[in-house]
Write a protein that binds this ligand. Structure first.
Ligand code: FES
Length: 106
């Protein structure tokens, strides 16, 4: 499945991802700018914050309780489509997924 990351300047990186990997780990492994993933996917840093594209928001779904709390704590510009990308698993159903990275990570 493909995932596209849109940077704050509008530049796009489309990656051929592996199903089951997270949106965060895929970005880090491929050197996509804008996603740090400092805690390695343990939901304790919020440096993997992304905005899910409106078209995919329903399919990706809302954050879980812990993730929701972490977004409240750790993210300065939280929006309705904010998610921690380490908590989004790539799958065939999400093929073509588009996420935007925020201006800065905490
Ligand atoms: Fe730390 Fe996602 S990588 S919360």
């Amino acid at each position: 499945p493909k995932v596209t990351y849109v940077a704050i300047d509008g530049s796009r990186s489309t990656i051929d991802a592996v199903a089951g990997d997270s949106v965060m780990s895929t970005a880090v492994r491929n050197g996509v700018p804008g996603i740090v993933g400092e805690c390695g996917g343990n939901m304790s840093c919020a440096t993997c914050h992304v905005y899910v594209d409106d078209e995919f928001a329903a399919r990706v779904g809302p954050p879980g309780d812990l993730e929701d709390a972490m977004l409240d704590l750790g993210v300065s510009d939280r929006r309705a489509t904010s998610r921690l990308s380490c908590q989004i698993a790539i799958s065939e159903e999400l093929d073509g997924l588009i996420v935007a990275t925020p201006e800065e990570q905490p």
